[in-house]
Design a protein around this ligand. Sequence first.
Ligand SMILES: Cc1cc2nc3c(=O)[nH]c(=O)nc-3n(C[C@H](O)[C@H](O)[C@H](O)COP(=O)(O)OP(=O)(O)OC[C@H]3O[C@@H](n4cnc5c(N)ncnc54)[C@H](O)[C@@H]3O)c2cc1C
Length: 383
Amino acid sequence: MAENNRCAGIVGGGIGGLTAAIALRAAGWEVTVYEQAAEFTEVDAGVMLTANVLAGLDLIGVGEPIRAEAMADHIGGLRNRRGRELVLGRVRDVLGGDDLVVVHRADLIAVLVGALPSECLRPGSRVIRVDASGDIETAEGTVQFDLVVAADGIHSLTRRHVWPELRGVRHTGITGWRWIVDAPPPDWVGLVFGHRAEFGILPMTGNRIYAFAGTHTGIDGLDHFKNWPHPVPDMVAAADPQRVLENELLDIRVPKSLARGRVALIGDAAHGMHPTLGQGAGMTIEDAVTLAAYAPDLAAYSRARRRRVALISWLSGHATLVSEPKSRFVDAVRDAIACLVPNRLAIPAGKLGTKLLITGWRPPPIPTEPPWPVNAHDQGSQR
Ligand SMILES: Cc1cc2nc3c(=O)[nH]c(=O)nc-3n(C[C@H](O)[C@H](O)[C@H](O)COP(=O)(O)OP(=O)(O)OC[C@H]3O[C@@H](n4cnc5c(N)ncnc54)[C@H](O)[C@@H]3O)c2cc1C
């Protein structure tokens, strides 16, 4: 298969695998995406994408249909459990800056699949073994690739096979619920912070609302939120039990290197993180386009990504301490600080901080003529 050192096998056809496939093709690679599910799709929930992510999608030519889902000028922000406004303004400004999109996950996957020729895609193909020399094994047999992209999510088989010394997922003790409400957004949208719990309401296009909630264990189901401030009870009442997704939130430790031999880790396989900052898919998309910029120099890919994903992963884990504090004291300190700073200062300061840390990232250019010939086999990076 590998006549020209440009054949990439991608394990997993979620947001990461499909984005990597488009980006690697732009850099001149032949790609094969193995997806265990019978079709390429995603769960019935939204995903928030910020300017850094949209820049990555623009680079590979799929930004436009996703930007069509941009959030309009809704009013909202951050409230506490008692309904006190902590930050109030245009919710886009409060949450992530001007470029903010909340897209249905299945719509995002459909756009990515639409940018790939069907001959690249192998739905219904579960990968059963991967090794650092580039072998991917399925029930159909084994194929050797010049590059293997591990995009198989937080329970990644590839990570287990190629990084056997790493520990598996960590349990956070937080239960998350997500659902879509088919109704126009309420008069206030944003995040409500409680004691050991938080609730989010994000407007989507097409008269839909993306609602989500998280609680530490020991709190019973969505009934916990029935007495929270308006409009939370309305969102709970509108939740169709058939459409509510419930998971325990998990995370994993970011390895010292995101590459070994011919294998590169991307997305949740590399850095599954708390969703508090809404950057898991974002980092995944950043990884995918960066990989295409550096491959086959996987050591360079890892250097370009590791520090950033470790930082965002750490921040996501610790942001939960502010949004769902276990201590009422932290709760009170957070509220006091938020109320002391007027919105006209808090919002621009928050935007600037978010830009410096997260949304200001821009993708490296993807070379259309990669630095061939490179011996990918010798280039593989070490831990
Ligand atoms: C509650 C919650 C809310 C979130 N909200 C946001 C948000 O607002 N914004 C944001 O940026 N991120 C968010 N995230 C994070 C985001 O969903 C993930 O980071 C992102 O989906 C990771 O994509 P991925 O492609 O790496 O992995 P996955 O989406 O897990 O995809 C992995 C794919 O690999 C396939 N696969 C697995 N094993 C095999 C195998 N052996 N063979 C073949 N195929 C295989 C799977 O079927 C799957 O399709 C949230 C996460 C959660 C849990």
